[in-house]
Write a protein that binds this ligand. Structure first.
Ligand code: URP
Ligand code: ZN
Ligand code: ZN
Length: 459
């Protein structure tokens, strides 16, 4: 099967050039001006950009959490991702207490198989770190699960202590894995939450108020210190606060392999606008780390520009207002933590290009190339190059869209960006050379996505 993308401008993390792109048998076969070759399908990209499909390295599909389960499964979530120009995700499998890593991973394979519409990999969440699980880490690395998430937050659910974190990092030093860290000081936060509840505070805004940014900064510094001594790379997930970014910057300036991602909700939503409002709508913005005061945003954009932040993921963890977020109607601490975003990441980040925060090449880098490199998918994914998988987005910078849960494809009854006008959207999306979205129509199929065995982290 040959697909030819004609007349477009190719944008990679490093280059911008006019070229036609021939995809053959799932891969990019030829790049060149005015290619005169026969193809089964031709896509006209005149006036458009041809970029590597988005790679979202942080999603939670079909995830039990907060007394309910995230609203998108691997079918609806990956179809929504494809509509937004994302052609690959790395989701978080979970090892629950008392379970083996094997059991947790098999559980997530079963959730994805036959459902995913785009290619996918798994990180493994570890809730226990002992000799048996450390040995299992090596086995999983051999199976292409080359990153593990640990939590310094959510006591009684996911939290592990510093000794466990340090053990896992030392193992990662030997087996080449990356440790992904949820860096918030959960035990201290729990005390602040209890105090607020005792004072009768119930509104969802107290979710933000009880999780100070200083305690994200503290946990980030601690995670980096442990990683530095263990001599292993650490990747801070969903970084939201200037204090945490400062810890990453300081470490990177010393040459320590500290990496970090942020998410669109931290770049575009603020405490003032979205949390500090009457009524229950703020519950739709409850996530951890929480939505911060607006002044943090300029630090995050600067971090993206100067490489202290490596990637923008979504942390897609959607819960409907009705029946799910409502669990915390009378108690902010019972609102399930998480926001939808798998479909709108590129639309929102493109606003960063339009208003001069980042270049087009940096847009490609933070949304595709850097996640591919960090998580062992490059050069197969994350770039437009001969031999790479033809996972591509034909991006129309003139296409206008009004974001609304009614027209987006995520299975959730609200959008944090309801009514927001964006300029720039996918005209076509290709997964391994197959056009899976064209003119907002899904042409792919659930189950066509393949599990990706990822390489270890190249340092
Ligand atoms: O609020 C969030 N972030 N929910 C998803 C779980 C996590 O901590 O990543
Ligand atoms: Zn987390
Ligand atoms: Zn997450």
């Amino acid at each position: 099967m040959k697909t030819l993308i004609k007349n477009g401008t190719v944008v990679t993390a490093s280059d911008t050039f006019k070229a036609d792109v021939l995809c053959d048998d799932g891969r990019v076969a030829l790049l060149g001006e005015a290619l005169d070759v026969a193809a089964d399908k031709t896509v006209d990209a005149a006036g458009k950009y041809v970029m590597p499909g988005g790679i979202d390295p942080h999603t939670h599909l079909d995830m039990p959490f907060g007394g309910t389960t995230s609203a998108d499964d691997f079918e609806s979530g990956t179809i929504a991702a494809a509509h937004g120009g994302t052609t690959c995700i790395v989701d978080f499998a979970i090892q629950y207490r008392g379970e083996s890593l094997r059991k947790g991973l098999d559980n997530w394979h079963a959730k994805a198989e036959g459902k995913a519409a785009i290619d996918y990999g798994f990180h493994m969440i570890m809730t226990q770190v002992d000799e048996g699980r450390l040995a299992e880490m090596d086995k999983l690395v051999g199976e292409g699960v080359t990153s593990f998430k640990l939590f310094m937050a959510y006591p009684g659910v996911f939290l592990v202590d510093d000794q466990s974190i340090f053990r896992a990092m030392k193992q990662a030093h030997h087996n080449g894995a990356v440790i992904c860290m949820h860096a918030e000081n959960g035990p201290a936060i729990d005390i602040i939450i209890d105090e607020a509840k005792r004072m009768g505070k119930t509104h969802p805004k107290f979710h933000s108020i009880t999780r100070p940014s200083r305690l994200e900064g503290e946990a980030t510094s601690r995670a980096i210190a442990l990683a530095e001594v263990a001599d292993a790379p650490v990747y801070i997930v969903h970084l939201s606060a200037a204090e945490a970014l400062e810890a990453v910057r300081e470490a990177r300036d010393r040459g320590i392999p500290a990496l970090a991602e942020t998410c669109p909700q931290y770049l575009f939503c603020s405490f003032e606008e979205h949390m500090d409002q009457d009524g229950f709508a703020a519950a739709g913005y409850v996530c951890s780390p929480p939505i911060r005061p607006k002044w943090h945003q300029e630090h995050l954009w600067r971090g993206l520009r100067n490489y202290d932040l490596a990637c923008v993921s979504t942390d897609h963890c959607p819960f409907c207002m009705k029946g799910q977020k409502e669990l915390g109607k009378d108690d902010f601490s019972k609102v399930p933590n998480g926001m939808p975003g798998i479909e709108t990441r590129l639309h929102l980040l493109w606003e960063g290009v339009r208003n001069g925060h980042i270049s087009m090449n940096r847009f490609v880098e933070i949304s595709s190339t850097a996640p591919a490199k960090i998580f062992g998918l490059h050069p197969r994914k994350g770039t437009v190059a001969v031999g790479a998988d033809a996972d591509l987005v034909v991006w129309d910078p003139a296409k206008e869209l009004v974001l609304s849960h009614k027209t987006l494809h995520m299975k959730v009854d609200y959008s944090p960006f309801e009514g927001r006008k964006v300029l720039g959207a996918p005209a076509a999306v290709l997964s391994r050379g197959e056009v899976i979205v064209e003119n907002d129509k899904f042409l792919g199929r659930a189950g066509r996505g393949r599990f990706l065995k990822r390489a270890t982290h190249a340092r």
